[in-house]
Design a protein around this ligand. Structure first.
Ligand SMILES: [Zn+2]
Length: 428
């Protein structure tokens, strides 16, 4: 192995811009997110592709000659965090009518800024569920090509929705003849839209099953797509090898989406006991974005959100938190998703404290953002844990996240695939 590493190092020196070098980080403490145990003095060794080779006690680590680990001996290491519900190309200040003034190219540039903020906040992987003009596809490709600093991304492209629904654009009167690009009514039109979305680069399909909060003229609790339409979407997407995420606040839409075989329910606000039981039975992940309620109620009006949106949030925010607690206590599968873009990007970790306030143990909230999120994404072999074969996506914090979850709001070190993105712990 040593020989391989040295050869790889030489290679990396010759092509230092294109390839990461092999390396290692030495962690004073390392949180094993699977067992929930905090291990002392560990070294993570990775190869020139940024893939972890070994994780183990520093005392017995065999390091290639000349390789000095990054010193994180004063910190606690964790795997890079995952947010399964972001909108990197959107800003909260672009809400309501202000959104009409944002061009597609401008949205792409917004995405560049927010990708960097998100990665530097410790989120090394995101699932982006809704963007205009395939700006999310371009952002993902730019990041993968090394042109833009940002997290690993799975992207949905434009979300599918009914005419006049949450994922249409209802701000303009009829003479403008405007509809959002993901609008498709009826099972076959919806299937065609799934095919089109995948044709232009989507990794997954996002569908708006129920009404929403930030849209004009609809109600979060009312169903939009029918069961038949949701079944067509799920079947078509799965046939083409893609998972489906359904925006669903409403009780009926949540159940329809689960019965249709959709992989995750986003928001899940008005889920009832039957919905929770169905989610458990089908193995459906529930995603509760329970931090952003605080932002919408405090800052939403200033950010340009419609008055009706703030009113809707007042009715639904607390119920969502109570239902999060019930779903958690019932043992449903929960993944960490925040709806970043509704609130400012980079504040994603603020949701951890909400999740513990509403019932989860700190390790469970962290598992929701690591191993559970990776499972939902279908990336369990690559991200979500610090284990051989996984990407060297390592973050570090000062203090013990199991004792004080809020230390995750101030991440001190971020490495993505063996490349250090941020290190506030380095000797100055
Ligand atoms: Zn969203």
């Amino acid at each position: 192995m040593r020989k391989v590493l040295l050869a790889a190092m030489a290679c990396a020196l010759l092509a230092s811009i294109t390839f990461a070098a092999p390396g290692a980080v030495r962690c004073g403490k390392l949180l094993d997110v699977r067992s929930g145990r905090t291990l002392d003095d560990q070294i993570v060794v990775f190869d020139d592709q940024g893939v972890i080779l070994t994780v183990g006690p520093a005392a017995s680590a065999k390091l290639p000659a000349g390789l000095t680990p990054v010193d994180l001996s004063a910190a606690t290491c964790l795997p890079g965090l995952i947010d399964v519900h972001t909108h990197l190309t959107a800003n909260p200040t672009d809400s309501g009518y202000a959104s009409l003034g944002v061009s597609v190219p401008r949205e792409a540039i917004t995405g560049v800024k927010n990708a960097r903020l998100t990665l530097r906040a410790g989120f090394t992987t995101v699932r982006n569920v809704g963007a205009s003009g395939y700006t999310d596809v371009a952002l993902r490709d730019g990041i993968n090509a090394g042109d833009v600093e940002g997290p690993r991304m799975l992207v949905s492209g434009p979300p599918l929705g009914i005419t006049g629904g949450h994922c249409d654009n209802n701000l303009l009167p009829s003479e403008f003849h405007y509809k959002a690009e993901g609008v498709a009514d009826g099972p076959w039109a919806a299937r065609a839209k799934v095919r089109e979305t995948i044709k232009y680069g989507a990794d997954l399909i996002k569908v708006c099953a129920s009404g929403g909060v930030l849209s004009k003229g609809d109600q979060p609790g009312t169903p939009q797509y029918t069961l038949e339409e949701l079944q067509a979407i799920a079947e078509e997407a799965h046939k083409l090898g893609r998972k489906v995420a359904a925006h669903a606040h409403g009780t009926q839409s949540i159940k329809d989406a689960i019965r249709a075989g959709i992989d995750s329910i986003e928001h899940s606000s008005l889920i009832d006991d039957e919905g929770i039981a169905l989610a458990k039975q089908h193995g459906t992940y529930l995603v509760f974005d329970i931090y952003n309620d605080d932002f919408i109620l405090q800052e939403g009006a200033k950010a340009g959100m419609l008055a009706e949106s703030v009113e809707k949030e007042k009715k639904i925010g607390r119920l969502q938190r109570e239902n999060f607690r019930r779903a958690y206590q019932s043992g449903a599968k929960i993944a960490f998703g925040t709806d970043a873009g509704v609130y400012p990007h980079g504040d994603n970790a603020r949701q951890f404290a909400k999740m513990t306030e509403w019932g989860m143990k700190p390790i469970e909230a962290i598992q929701a953002a690591t191993i559970n999120a990776a499972d939902l994404l279908g990336w369990s072999a690559n991200v979500g844990a610090l284990e051989p074969g996984h990407y060297a996506d390592v973050i570090a914090v000062s203090g013990d996240p199991l004792g004080d979850i809020r230390v995750l709001e101030a991440v001190k070190f971020v490495m993505k695939g063996g490349t250090v993105v941020r290190n506030d712990l380095a000797a100055k």
